[in-house]
Design a protein around this ligand. Structure first.
Ligand code: ADP
Length: 297
C-alpha cells in the first residue's frame, strides 16, 4: 500500500489554516510527521482517520505490487478506511473499572472481530505489547508507557494496513519511550505507520521517511539522511555567554541554542565558515528541524 495525499486544505471556522495544500507520498514502513505544537499534525491525522473532513484535496490508499486490495478513497470511503486503519489518538478515554483484557475485548467487538476469535486475538496482542501479566488491572491504573502500549495493542486489532499514532511518546520517561520504540519498530514492514510527533528523537530512532510541517505547510518531505545531507558543511557551533544570545541572533542565522553544563551552545547556519570562534558542527536532525522551522533553509 501507499498513501497518496494531494492538496489537502483545512481552515477552521475561527480562520486558522490548519492544512495548506498538503501533498505527501507515504510508503509502507515508519513515516515520521514532525512539527511543533500547532503545526497541523493532529488535524491531518484526524482527517486520515476519518474523524473530520478536509475542505478540499484528496487522499488515496493505493495498492502496490503484490497487494490484493483495491484503492480506497480515504476522504469518501470511510467504512473501508476504518476497516484498514489502526489509530492511537493523542488522548484515549478509558473506563476505570474494567480490566485491560476486558477493554481490549470490547474494542475487538467494535472492530468487528468474530466472537470465536476475540479471546485469542486479545491475548496474543497483550502478550505482544508485554502487558499480559498486567491484563487484570484497569488501564486507568497503568503508567503512561503501559497505556501507550495498550493503545498500540488496540490499534493493531484487525490487522490494519494503515496505522496512525498521534504524539505517542509525549510524556513518557526515557525507559518507557525506549520500550515504546522497540514495540513500534516490530510492526511489520508491509504496513504504513504514520508517527506524528514534535520530538525529533522519535523520528531519528524509527523513521526511514519523514515530513516536517509547520503552520499547516509541508516544509520538507524525504528521508532523514537526505535532509542531513542538505545541511552538511553548513552548520557551525560556538559556546557563548547567556547575555550574548541576542547579539548573535542579530548577526547570524541561529537555528538553535542548547545549554550544555549551564552554558549556551549555539548552532548557526552559514554557507561558509563564519570565523569568530565558530567550529564546524555535525548537523543532526534537530538542526534540520529548526532550520526548516525558522525558515533558514
Ligand atoms: P498539532 O497537532 O500539530 O499540534 P493541530 O492540528 O492540533 O496541530 O492544530 C493546528 C492549528 O489548528 C492550531 O493553530 C490549532 O490551534 C488549530 N485548531 C485545531 N483544532 C481546532 C478547532 N477544532 N477549532 C479551531 N482551531 C483549531
Amino acid at each position: 500500500m501507499q498513501l497518496t495525499i494531494r492538496n489537502l486544505n483545512k481552515t477552521y471556522p475561527n480562520g486558522v489554516k490548519a492544512l495548506q495544500d498538503v501533498s505527501l507520498d507515504i510508503p509502507t514502513g515508519m513515516y515520521g510527521l514532525l512539527g511543533p505544537n500547532g503545526a497541523g499534525k493532529s488535524t491531518l491525522m484526524r482527517t486520515l482517520a476519518t474523524l473530520q473532513d478536509a475542505d478540499s484535496g484528496s487522499a488515496w490508499l493505493q495498492p502496490t505490487e503484490g497487494d490484493t486490495n483495491g484503492a480506497i478513497d480515504v476522504l469518501k470511503e470511510k467504512d473501508a478506511v476504518r476497516r484498514a486503519l489502526g489509530y492511537l489518538p493523542q488522548e484515549f478515554g478509558v473506563y476505570p473499572h474494567i480490566s485491560a483484557f476486558e477493554m481490549l475485548d470490547h474494542f475487538a467487538v467494535l472492530k468487528g472481530i468474530p466472537a470465536s476469535q476475540r479471546k485469542e486475538v486479545a491475548s496474543a496482542l497483550l502478550q505482544r505489547v508485554n502487558l499480559w501479566e498486567h491484563r487484570k488491572k484497569s488501564v486507568a491504573s497503568y503508567s503512561g508507557g503501559m497505556r501507550q502500549r495498550f493503545g498500540i495493542a488496540q490499534a493493531l486489532l484487525g490487522d490494519p494496513k494503515l496505522i496512525i499514532v498521534d504524539e505517542p511518546t509525549a510524556g513518557l520517561d526515557p525507559g518507557e519511550r525506549n520500550r515504546f520504540y522497540n514495540l513500534l519498530s516490530e510492526i511489520g514492514e508491509n504496513v504504513i505507520v504514520i508517527l506524528s510527533t514534535h520530538i525529533v528523537e522519535d523520528v531519528k530512532e524509527l523513521c526511514s521517511n519523514m515530513a516536517i510541517i509547520n503552520l499547516g505547510q509541508v516544509l520538507y518531505a524525504g528521508s532523514p539522511d537526505a535532509a542531513l545531507q542538505s545541511l552538511a558543511g553548513k552548520v557551525w557551533e560556538k559556546a557563548i555567554q547567556k547575555s550574548e544570545i541576542e547579539s548573535y541572533q542579530q548577526q547570524y542565522r541561529v537555528i538553535s541554542s542548547k545549554l550544555v553544563a549551564g552554558k549556551p551552545i549555539i548552532h548557526v547556519l552559514s554557507e561558509t565558515a563564519p570565523g569568530d570562534g565558530f567550529k564546524a558542527a555535525n548537523a543532526d536532525l534537530e538542526d534540520v528541524f529548526f532550520a526548516k522551522i525558522h525558515g533558514g533553509e
